[in-house]
Ligand binder design. Structure first.
Ligand code: HEM
Length: 443
């Protein structure tokens, strides 16, 4: 069956696989890509459908060249926004443009240098909690590490541990609720009736109160700590004004949400891969030792860890934490021979693009040398773990610095080995690791 030149998967085929799709939709997508080509439509019933694509040229066209004709789906702009408000990730149009312009300089490399000491301290404190010589699930460790890194970058030492724990609990609870809402839309009535939705909205209000107090204390103290909060308070719109209190809190909640799970997934997958490739692990260890001996600053150290960076890049090729990017078109569009009717839901599978035989030699192989100096650029058309176009991740440098510092310190301290045969994935809103049992032995 074909509509507008796009091969379709019938609603019956979709429903017959619904149970499996709910658990892990990736094999179903892969099968359809192999059978129907780089673009296909899944009919969901009641006249609704989704277009899946692993066509890298179409992705570039939609995300970059003709981005003005596309907006995000309601998953972010409505469903997520009801918990975290209207910040950069969840807004559209002029409001998004205004916020992006305001926040872009804050995330510039030059500004981020000021945060590196806080990031490094947060990493060291969390890695000290690793128990050695017995298998442990590393995801919770990297999850706490990523949250602490964001909190310490934002508030230095101003936030107390009780508030930090509460903020982390609330952020993760909202994410869990959102997963349930998206995966089980037929239970919406129950989420209302059982009070689960209301409870999560109340929790969000509690998080906002904690943050309001932290911001207020900072303003009253007139102290400058040089952290992300200071930078956000000092950011100015074109008219010379700063953000109002509610907007500032929306942006902080967005930074928590966008910056924590993604990074912890990537760090976990990176360690899982290192544990299974001891020769790569030893190469990282050698690089880190030499970089520590030479470097006078954290930024110099990061720059010297070029192979470690390649390892992280290759890990995000195989396991992109954001494994889908969605867009909806305002107006009908045509791309090559394809007609995209107005209001189409498009889902670009980074997981498939990053593993396509069309672009990568031996795509299933973990090979950090793909990203060696001079080679990385050739992949830019079909490698985008941080997205592409004007809505590309604003925290990409922050995330890379954090991941290089964390991976370097892990490998510097420990030899890592795997305690399960294969790397297991759990695709939810982000691509999460499952049962990431590794053993750490002191070097
Ligand atoms: C490995 C870690 C990360 C990955 C893989 C990642 C990936 C992405 C991707 C793919 C997008 C674009 C989504 C789209 O176009 O629909 C995005 C947007 C965004 N990310 Fe990240 N991200 C990471 C870490 C971070 C961090 C650490 C922060 C903040 C400190 C952050 C903040 C944001 C924000 C605010 C946006 C929205 C930007 C906009 O729409 O203008 N991310 N991220």
């Amino acid at each position: 069956m074909s509509k507008n030149g796009i091969p379709s998967v019938s609603v019956f085929r979709f429903l017959s696989r619904a149970g499996q799709i709910l658990k892990n939709p990736l094999p179903f997508h892969h099968e359809n890509f192999e059978k129907l080509g780089a673009i296909f439509r899944v009919n969901l019933g009641f006249g609704k459908s989704m277009i899946f694509s692993r066509d890298a040229k179409l992705a570039q066209y939609v995300l970059q060249k003709n981005h003005k004709n596309y907006h995000k789906s309601e998953i972010q702009t409505k469903e997520l926004a009801k918990y975290v408000g209207k910040g950069l990730l969840t807004s559209e149009g002029d409001h998004w443009k205004k916020q992006r312009k305001l926040l872009q300089p804050t995330f510039h490399k030059k500004q981020l240098v000021q945060l590196l000491t806080a990031i490094q301290k947060a990493i060291t404190a969390e890695l000290d909690k690793i128990t050695t010589n017995a298998p442990i699930d590393v995801f919770p460790i990297f999850n706490d590490l990523a949250f602490q890194t964001v909190v310490k970058s934002l508030f230095s030492s101003a936030a107390n541990q009780k508030d930090i724990n509460r903020l982390q609990y609330i952020t993760e609870s909202a994410q869990r609720m959102l997963v349930k809402e998206l995966r089980q839309p037929f239970k919406k009535w129950w989420f209302h009736l059982s009070g689960e939705l209301a409870r999560n909205k109340d929790l969000t209000l509690e998080a906002r109160d904690i943050l309001k107090k932290l911001v207020q204390d900072r303003k009253e103290s007139k102290e400058r700590k040089g952290d992300l909060l200071d930078m956000l308070l000092e950011a100015r719109y074109e008219d010379g004004n700063g953000m109002d209190a509610e907007q500032l809190i929306d942006e902080i909640l967005i930074i928590f949400t966008a910056g924590h799970e993604t990074t912890s997934n990537a760090l976990t997958f990176t360690c899982e891969l290192l544990a299974r490739h001891s020769e790569v692990q030893e190469k990282v260890a050698t690089e880190v030792r030499s970089a520590r001996a030479q470097s006078t600053s954290l930024m110099e150290f990061i720059k010297s860890c070029s192979y470690t960076k390649q390892v992280i890049e290759e890990s995000m090729r195989l396991y992109p934490p954001v494994y889908f990017i969605d867009r909806v078109n305002f107006e009908e569009d045509t791309f090559e021979n394809l007609v995209i009717p107005k209001g189409s839901n498009l889902l670009f599978s980074l997981f498939e693009i990053h593993r396509s035989k069309e672009f990568w030699q031996e795509p299933e192989k973990f090979d950090p040398d793909r990203f060696a100096e001079g080679k990385a650029l050739q992949y830019s058309a079909y490698y985008y773990p941080f997205g592409a176009g004007p809505r590309m991740c604003i925290g990409n440098n922050f995330a890379m610095y954090e991941m290089i510092l964390a991976t370097a310190e892990v490998v510097e301290k420990f030899k890592i080995s795997a305690k399960t045969e294969n790397i297991k994935i759990k695709p939810l809103i982000t691509l999460k690791p499952e049962e990431a049992f590794l053993e750490f032995n002191l070097r």
